[in-house]
Design a protein around this ligand. Structure first.
Ligand code: ZN
Ligand code: FE
Length: 255
């Protein structure tokens, strides 16, 4: 049984920490800062960091890798097509790796960055800055079409999949989601719940794919009501879901 906890970093990042209590080995996903990981290890003598998983090259995801690598000799996994510090294993689409005895599938999910990858193990998805709770990453490098294809691929995973993304953006994402779909009662309800959680300082992650499909406008670009809303705003006929997605993403960028 592997336990997953969040180590908060910077203002809104989570470094996901996977712990195998039977072997006292652990792994981290996207350690943008080494300090929270080092502090966790220092408080637990006997525990060993054996693996570091990286989704993409942005500093808030890789900033702690070199320090952790020097201190622990963990194996660093990251996308083959991006510059990842101290990377040991270069990953591409459909690769499979073993971490703490668990098999993880690697999916290429370009959009936020061109080389962005996600890690999937039955029911668990580590998706970096691609799919967020009620939102998705900005398009720094890829096209809307690429991102829409990536999100569609993730959305096809089992509905009960837990979504471990990197940022606590859920509240602001839901404010946008409600602006897009004021009549979606699941979204309105989720906003109220998440507002309470954030006021109480509670983390809103992980999410589930089932909940994302109900409330995340970026996974709902095929819905007629969303198409009508963005057509109205842009004054054009967005004829495909990926065109609706592009208009939604552009709207969110200025929201
Ligand atoms: Zn990023
Ligand atoms: Fe990030």
């Amino acid at each position: 049984m592997i336990q997953i906890s969040a180590l908060p970093a910077f203002t809104d990042n989570y470094i996901w920490l996977l712990q195998d209590h039977s072997t006292q080995r652990c792994a981290v996903v996207d350690p943008g800062d080494a300090a929270p990981v080092e502090a966790w290890l220092a408080a637990r003598p006997g525990w060993v960091l054996s693996d570091i998983l990286i989704t993409h090259h942005h500093h808030d995801h890789v900033g702690g890798v070199e320090i952790l690598k020097r201190a622990t000799d963990a194996t660093v996994y990251g996308p083959a097509s991006e510059h990842i510090p101290a990377r040991d294993v270069a990953l591409k689409d459909n690769d499979r790796i073993s971490v703490l005895g668990w098999e993880f599938d690697v999916f290429a999910v370009p959009g936020h960055t061109l080389g962005h990858i996600a890690f999937y193990h039955h029911g668990l998805l580590f998706c970096g800055d691609t799919l967020f709770a009620a939102g998705c990453g900005r398009l720094f490098e890829g096209t809307p079409q690429q991102m829409y294809t990536s999100l569609t691929r993730l959305a096809a995973l089992p509905e009960d999949t837990l979504v471990y993304c990197t940022h606590e953006y859920t509240l602001s994402n839901l404010r946008f989601a409600v602006a897009v779909e004021p009549g979606n009662s699941d979204t309105v309800e989720r906003l109220a719940k998440v507002r309470q959680m954030r006021e109480a300082g509670i983390m809103t992650l992980p999410s589930t794919l089932a909940l994302e499909k109900l409330t995340n406008p970026f996974l709902r670009a095929g819905e007629t009501s969303i198409k009508q809303k963005v057509d109205e705003r842009s004054g054009t006929d967005n004829s495909s879901p990926s065109a609706v997605f592009a208009a939604l993403r552009a709207w969110k960028d200025k929201f």
